[in-house]
Design a protein around this ligand. Structure first.
Ligand code: DX5
Ligand code: ZN
Length: 233
């Protein structure tokens, strides 16, 4: 069954031109983006280095969009105060990096920030089952994190569907977010999986290269928004 649950579009600035970051952010904001996805990589949890709290603080000054900060780092607990202070609206941590995930989630919330959890493609959904009603966001990684521009892993569709069932079964109101290789070709199938049984909660689609590699951000965001959930063929 398909439904008309709301969909949010979150451009990932990883694929933006960092030398013109404020302009790029203004362009996606004017183009209708709902959130701004900020990928934090520490060169340890993932084999790439990106940005930290100072960039989040700078972004906070130039946009009204919610800042959806994805922490791909080994020790996120140590940086929760800094990212909260910098103005993050959502802080999403990897289960693989958090031995005390419940504590980490509540530390994020105690700083007045919405808490998200995410899993690598090889990590079972079981890893979040005990905390799914504590979080504001569940992010399903559909690529191995570390780089933009990778190909969507097809088995993610089934995981997204099972994640949606988990949220519905537990009564969680968390957003279900999908990140990695999302594009205009696969978004209908992703939304179909994410909204399988209807139910509460919106879907958030993160898109980096699919938005920033095209010249007209507003047109691409509008195209994402017009997509109707459809089973993959
Ligand atoms: C991957 C990042 C993603 C990435 C998405 O490690 O978490 O947010 O920027 O980029 P695309 O949409 O190009 O796969
Ligand atoms: Zn991300």
């Amino acid at each position: 069954m398909t439904s008309s649950s709301p969909v949010k579009i979150a451009p990932s600035i990883l694929s933006a031109d960092f030398a013109r970051l404020a302009e790029e952010v203004a362009a996606v904001e004017a183009g209708g983006a709902d959130w701004l996805h900020v990928d934090v990589m520490d060169g340890h949890f993932v084999p790439n280095l990106t940005v930290g709290p100072p960039i989040v603080e700078s972004l906070r000054k130039v946009t009204a969009l919610p800042l959806d900060v994805h922490l791909m780092m080994t020790n996120p607990d140590a940086f929760i105060p800094d990212f909260a202070q910098a103005g993050a609206d959502y802080l999403t941590v990897h289960t693989e990096a958090c031995p005390h995930l419940h504590r980490t989630i509540h530390a994020i919330k105690e700083h007045g920030v919405k808490a998200g959890v995410t899993l690598n493609p090889s990590t079972s959904l079981n890893a979040i089952e005990e905390v799914v009603t504590d979080v504001d966001l569940v992010l399903i990684m559909s690529v191995n994190p570390g780089f933009g521009g990778q190909t969507f892993i097809p088995s993610s569709l089934d995981k997204i569907r099972r994640a949606k069932h988990l949220l519905d079964r537990t009564g969680s109101q968390a957003f279900l977010e999908v990140d990695g290789g999302v594009n205009l070709e696969n978004a209908a199938a992703i939304l179909h999986a994410a909204q399988d049984d209807g139910g509460a909660g919106a879907t958030v689609l993160v898109a980096g290269s699919a938005i920033f590699a095209r010249p007209d951000y507003a047109a691409t965001i509008a195209a994402f928004r017009s997509i109707v959930p459809r089973a993959s063929r």
